[in-house]
Design a protein around this ligand. Structure first.
Ligand SMILES: Nc1nc2c(ncn2[C@@H]2O[C@H](COP(=O)(O)OP(=O)(O)OP(=O)(O)O)[C@@H](O)[C@H]2O)c(=O)[nH]1
Length: 754
């Protein structure tokens, strides 16, 4: 057995001579090194040493000289050396590389590395008798242009058949179409591609289709190939997804369809079919049983929303086979009118210029009402102090997002439910910054009334009147939010100055009058959100002694909503938020605009047309059997894929759904000139580009048409607009509030659907 310890010197004899090219490089390098070292009187280096050094440094003269001087004690030459960039001396080594590592230095290794074969010559595994040696047959390569998996294409198969025919003709003569084996050559029949491929010999498959005729030969008439009538399949959904194309978008030519293998296999008549689709599947049986249960409980009474939809649910495509949620079949309108503690439900939006104190006021109100406890407040104060935003501690009750807290700016609408003795309220705290107007519009879409917060401190009112104080008031007006409480805030900073309060009151009154608000629906309350003055209790500050009007909460309590009439209308709820919770399951948040629903009800989501069931209901953390118009609820859904729900969708009664429209007309107030142009439609969470065109100019008070097809609606004018959505369809109906804004995000007009 040979030893595996390799000794280079022992195998010196095995070294292969240097190539002619290397030899020439070496000779050139040798001369150059000698030239460099010529002036050294104590030169002790041999030719072999120089050659070794040159080899190690890839024929780099400079590096070789330096190495020799260092190794053999030759003093460096005093004359400055020419600085040449190291050149690559071998085609394998680029310039600037490090010298060869020690373990592979010397040309010995190169020589040896090519002569390892001898080393294993006595290995037993190499002494295989000739008859036992494997014969390697090259694998069948896919034919160029053939089908995946190596099958030839139809064209190649045809060429191959012709070639074979021609060869057979040569052998057997034209009158006897037979193969070499004596079989008759049959005209290819219409069978499957699978069979066709099987008939082809390996020779056929690897042969390149060549022209069958020479130039001089008469070109035989090309026969149409017998293309088998096979079942073909479209590319799969996965394939379409991967290639980012939809099937419809890019229909593929028929030749790119591949046959489904084995579809031509004939099943003998005595064998049962593999899949019998003539009988119901286990899923069908389960669904039929569920439908039966639903039918048994059905009653023709529309008032019982749990029952009526079920009767009409036969057409619904249920997405999973989990049992339907069970309903208590409550007569909701009767229960609601008989409730022991009749409370109003009211939802208000808090609007106003940025930093005028909206969130602080609402946060402090929650503390004063005991909705938020002192402990939580202390925590907020401490955390706000840590990041140097102590003055925002109350605002943190509303602004729960980390970005909102860090930046001290409300970004999205905050929803906060709370109750007083008389009313169940929902606060929609809107952002004041102009960038977040869509969120403010979302709030205004669902609100029964608004609180317009105005900063009383010097200069703030003025900047607000030029900014969001005015814009938000306009948006409220044009969206039909007619009841507004103007909270004149930061009265502590204004020293509870009665004159300042009156001044602000008059200015805002004038502005709102100009916006065609009915003044009896507007009320004013001086407050200090930060100090908690006049929110729930009368101000304690002696400077506020002049004020003897209502507190903010007293003003809020005047709201009355909903009426029985609203509850009897078909269900509408706009999806403001979607929550996918691993534990609690899929739920959506929103305000029931009209109608009611109870656990077990069937629902329809528009504009998608997806169906679902009410699995559970909750208001705040309290679970409910039913919810009615006016309440801000959490609706837990079943039998729907979460990917089919979007914010902005409308949850509605499947028997009386909200229509899905592409074109509509609306009565709008123009904040900016409205010309025929592309604008963005904003409704709740819906944002869709549309083409807007003025149809008529309307008198704001009488509603009479003053001018048909005006070229534009001027700022402050009321008119009817035609809206054509560009690519979306939206769920909208008469009376819905819609805002239009331009490309810069500035609201241009707002109004109600006609
Ligand atoms: N002096 C005084 N400062 C107040 C009062 N209310 C709010 N502030 C301060 O005003 C600043 C802004 O308050 P926020 O409540 O965040 O204002 P906002 O209107 O909600 O701001 P955005 O939602 O971002 O538009 C904070 O520093 C508050 O402490 C008040 O009544 N008096």
């Amino acid at each position: 057995m040979a030893s595996y310890d390799y000794d280079y010197d022992e195998h010196e004899a095995d070294l292969e001579p240097m190539s002619a090219e290397d030899r020439a490089q070496m000779d050139k390098g040798l001369m150059a090194v000698r030239q460099e070292l010529k002036q050294s009187p104590d030169l002790q280096v041999t030719t072999a040493q120089i050659e070794d050094s040159l080899w190690n440094y890839y024929f780099d003269v400079g590096k070789s000289v330096a190495s020799l001087q260092k190794t053999y004690g030759v003093k460096p030459k005093q004359t400055p050396k020419k600085q040449t960039a190291p050149k690559a001396k071998s085609p394998m080594m680029p310039a600037g590389l490090e010298p060869r590592p020690e373990h592979c230095q010397g040309r010995k290794l190169m020589a040896r590395s090519e002569s390892f074969a001898h080393f294993f010559s006595d290995m037993p595994w190499l002494n295989v008798p000739e008859h036992r040696k494997t014969t390697f047959i090259p694998p069948t390569m896919p034919i160029p242009g053939g089908l995946p998996g190596g099958a030839p294409s139809k064209l190649q198969a045809l060429a191959s058949r012709r070639k074979r025919k021609a060869e057979e003709k040569d052998v057997a003569g034209p009158s006897r179409p037979q193969t070499m084996s004596g079989e008759k050559v049959e005209k290819p029949t219409a069978t499957s591609v699978v069979q066709k491929v099987q008939r082809l010999s390996i020779d056929d498959r690897v042969s390149t289709p060549t022209p069958q005729t020479s130039v001089t030969e008469k070109k035989p008439k090309l026969e149409e190939p017998d293309i088998p009538n096979v079942l073909v399949e479209e590319p799969s959904a996965l394939a379409c997804t991967i290639s980012v194309h939809s099937k419809d978008e890019h229909p593929r030519p028929s030749q790119s369809r591949y046959p489904i293998p084995y579809m031509d296999i004939e099943i003998p008549s005595h064998m049962p079919p593999l899949f019998d689709f003539s009988t119901p599947s286990p899923d069908d049986i389960a669904l039929a049983a569920q439908a039966k249960v639903g039918k048994k409980n059905a009653s023709p009474n529309r008032k019982n929303a749990a029952v009526a939809p079920t009767a009409n649910m036969q057409n619904l495509k249920i997405k999973d086979s989990t049992p339907l949620p069970t309903s208590k079949h409550i007569d909701v309108t009767r229960e609601w009118s008989r409730r022991s503690n009749p409370k109003n439900d009211a939802c208000f939006v808090v609007v106003g210029h940025v930093d005028h104190g909206k969130s602080t006021m609402m946060g402090r109100l929650m503390l004063e009402l005991g909705v938020v406890d002192e402990r939580t407040m202390r925590k907020h104060k401490k955390e706000a102090q840590i990041i140097g935003r102590s003055s925002f501690a109350y605002a943190w009750i509303m602004d729960s997002g980390s970005t909102e807290r860090e930046r001290g700016v409300t970004i999205d609408i905050s929803v906060f439910p709370f109750e007083t003795e008389k009313t169940s309220f929902t606060i929609l705290d809107a952002p004041g910054h102009a960038h977040f107007t869509p969120a403010m519009v979302t709030g205004a879409t669902y609100a029964d009334f608004g609180i317009l917060v105005v900063d009383a401190s010097t200069g703030a009112l003025e900047s607000g009147l030029k900014g969001q104080t005015k814009q938000h008031a306009l948006l409220l007006r044009s969206m039909g939010v007619n009841r507004v409480i103007v909270a004149i805030n930061k009265m502590d900073a204004a020293g509870w100055d009665a004159v300042r309060y009156e001044e602000i009151r008059n200015q805002i009154k004038g502005m709102m009058k100009g916006m065609k608000f009915v003044l009896k629906n507007i009320s004013f309350v001086p407050v200090s959100g930060l100090m908690g003055d006049n929110l729930v209790t009368k101000p304690t500050n002696p400077k506020a002694a002049w004020y003897n009007g209502p507190t903010l909460i007293e003003e809020l309590e005047t709201a009355k909503y909903p009426t029985e009439e609203t509850i009897r209308k078909p269900l509408r709820m706009d999806v403001v938020d979607i929550v996918k919770d691993d534990f609690a399951g899929l739920s959506v948040h929103g305000r029931v605009r009209q109608g009611y629903m109870q656990v077990g009800d069937a629902l329809l989501l528009q504009p998608s047309g997806e169906k679902a069931y009410v699995r559970a209901l909750a208001i705040g953390n309290e679970s409910k059997d039913f919810v009615v118009a006016g309440q801000y609820v959490r609706l837990f859904l079943s039998h729907i894929d979460p990917s089919h729900i979007l914010t902005g969708d409308t949850v509605c009664d499947p028997l009386d759904p909200v229509p899905v429209v592409r074109n509509f007309q609306m009565k709008a107030l123009a904040f900016e000139p409205v010309l025929p142009d592309v604008l963005e439609v904003l409704r709740g969470r819906i944002q869709a580009p549309a083409h807007a065109r003025p149809l008529s100019l309307i008198h704001p008070k009488t509603g009479e048409v003053q001018h048909v097809h005006p070229q534009l609606l001027k700022q402050g004018q009321f008119g009817r607009l035609e809206i054509r959505l560009k690519d979306h369809k939206v769920a909208l109906e008469k009376g819905n509030r819609v805002v239009l804004r331009d490309g810069t995000g500035r609201p241009v007009a707002a109004g109600l659907l006609d």
